[in-house]
Design a protein around this ligand. Structure first.
Ligand code: 5GP
Length: 178
């Protein structure tokens, strides 16, 4: 099956405005505190780099990354979460903010939140650019949410299809080619 980029769902301008609003919410929550921002590779990289640059310096940010595999090459979740790359730093007694590109079934994030909590941080919160709420299989508290979106597969702004299209500045629906 071949796929192509379809309609734009969220433009570059709309994303950028919302990311700046989210950064304000984050700055308000963590004002005067240290914050370890944990990006989930690779999808969250572009979102995270815009987000942290918009958070005021009142928050002392450090960054780390984790890679998990849950999807392989298809557009359907396998339900299996495997750590491919763990954090370099300890989260003990730290404020942790997990940054994800999209929450779908919630399996990845619920696993990651549980894993972080076992490491005894001061706090754990979740920030996700996109949320397909109607697809949820397990409950996850999303503390900072960019956009709720319908149950359609999307690419761009960090999100890929088979490793492609992460670099698109806007977010697009994917369509099947006739
Ligand atoms: P969950 O564990 O919540 O089902 O899946 C979250 C992960 O699924 C995301 O980090 C992302 O990698 C992938 N995912 C879910 N929906 C989409 C989508 O519409 N587009 C892309 N590119 N990835 C998605």
């Amino acid at each position: 099956m071949n796929y192509r980029i379809g309609e734009v769902l969220l433009t570059e301008e709309k994303i950028s405005r919302r990311v700046r609003e989210m950064a304000l919410e984050i700055a308000e929550t963590y004002k005067g505190q240290d914050l370890m921002v944990i990006g989930i590779l690779k999808g969250a990289v572009i979102f995270m780099s815009d987000l942290v640059r918009s958070v005021s310096p009142d928050v002392r940010i450090s960054m780390d990354f984790m890679a998990v595999s849950s999807y392989g090459d298809s557009t359907k979740t396998s339900g299996i979460v495997r750590i491919v790359k763990d954090l370099d730093c300890s989260v003990k007694d730290k404020n942790v903010l997990i940054v994800e590109d999209i929450v779908d079934t919630g399996l990845t994030l619920s696993y990651l939140v549980k894993l972080m909590q076992e490491r005894e941080p001061k706090s754990v919160r979740v920030c996700a650019l996109l949320d397909k709420e109607e697809r949820r299989q397990v409950p996850v508290k999303v503390d900072f949410r960019g956009f709720s979106i319908p149950d359609r597969f999307v690419v761009g702004y960090g999100l890929d299809y088979s490793g492609q299209w992460r670099n698109l500045p806007s977010i697009y629906l994917v369509e099947q080619e006739n």
